[in-house]
Structures are given as C-alpha cells and as structure tokens.
Design a protein around this ligand. Sequence first.
Ligand SMILES: [Zn+2]
Length: 267
Amino acid sequence: MYMDSGTQHDPGYERRKAEFKRQYIKKRRRQRLIHNSIVIAIRLMIVVIVLLIGFKLIDRFLLPFTETTKSQEVNKSEAKWKMEPVEQTTEKPKSVPMISEKQMELTDIVNSDNPLENGYQPNVEECYHGIFVDQRMAADLKSLVEAGTAEGLELYVVSAYRTEERQTQLYEAKADEEAAGTSEHQSGLAVDLSSGKNMEVGEAFAETATYAWLKEHCAEFGFILRYPSNKEEVTKHTFEPNHFRYVGKEAAQSIMEEKKTLEEYNQ
Ligand SMILES: [Zn+2]
C-alpha cells in the first residue's frame, strides 16, 4: 500500500488542536477576568480612601461650629475638662457660617434685652479638644484651668461656645432658659466650669473648693462670676455658680473687687 513518506495522517490531531485552542482561549479569558477584577478592586479601594479622606477633612472643617466631642479622645491628664452629657450632639450645621466682621466688645451684655445681632458669628478657636471659645479668651482660659489644677483642684470646662442651632435645641429641650441670640454661650465669651466626678451643677458646685477658688481668682484671668446669688434682680438671671464670663482682666478685676455685675459696670 502506498503511503506518503514523512506524513502520517492522525485523525485526532485537528480535534486535539482545536481542543487545545479552546482550552487556551478559556484560560486567557479567565486570566483577563482575574486581572480586570483586581484592577476594579484597586480602583474601588482608591475611591473609598479618597472619600474617607474627604469626609475626615469635612469633619475637621466643620468641627469649630459644633459643640461635640468623642469622649475616647479626651486626654484627661493633659486637659482638665469634660463634656456635659446634655451637650453631646452629633448633628452638624449645613453650612459653615462667616465670622462676623464686627466682633462684639468683651464687656458687651448679651441677654434677652440685648440679643446678639442676627447671625453673629464669633471668631472661635479650639481651646481644648471639642471646646471652642472666642479666640480673645482662649489663652486666659487655659491659664485659669492650669492655675486651678496647680492648686490641686479639679476644674473642668463643661460648656463653652454654642452655635445658634445648638442654643435653639437646648432652649427647645428646656435644657437652657435662654433663646437663641440671648445666651452668652453663643458669643463664645462664656464658659461653664465644674468639678468632681459628677460635674457638680448649681448649689452643689457652689459648695466646692473649686468654686471658692474661682470666685477669688477668676478676675486675675479676666473672668467674672456672671450671675451671682445676691444680684438676681440686677442680672434678671438666677444664681449660676458654674457660669463665668470673660470680660478682660481690667474690667474683671473692677467687677469682682467691687462685687458688681456686668450690668452695673456698664452703667
Ligand atoms: Zn453657662
């Protein structure tokens, strides 16, 4: 039988070749799929990271206009302050207000007869983590707290600057007697100070050594006891031993030494 030398007809060859090709294409497709999945995953990760950084920046940017803090970030040994639970809020304002061009005077009165100008925005700075105050009083507040602490007293800033939004919330929740625009807290020039594990308030705080020390020394740092017990008819405000107002050292010394109120000082 004649047979072409050099060639050997293998009927299975074409089939195997086609099978190999099919397998190869399948393999390539699988490899491409894995490759594309990895690329997509990496891109997604980049998007998530960018978003996280963005949110963090927004958080940082809006923080000065909220009165909120994360308690786990409180460094107790470094800063002697704590947030009052009622002050905690996770809400953030929709927009960042502009700092008012004309900042109020340190001795200006803020009450229901003398409300802050509509939309007044003090130039605040973060004095302690989550505690914002008018930048003119920040250094003196720190000195006051340091001096009290050096005396072995427990001294905490429990409330400071409040946004209009926050003041409205407190007023509506009946947690504060002042409506928006009529609280000194909104001016950034007032702080509520306290001591002890329970953050003594009112009469209980008035009996502490911290209160006694504050009454005697607050003026040295530019602060006054804003609503004394014997001046309720002048201030039209109930005795508030926790509430201190920054008026600057000169005015503070005159007010505290002469046992006056801010109203009487301004007359
Ligand atoms: Zn207060």
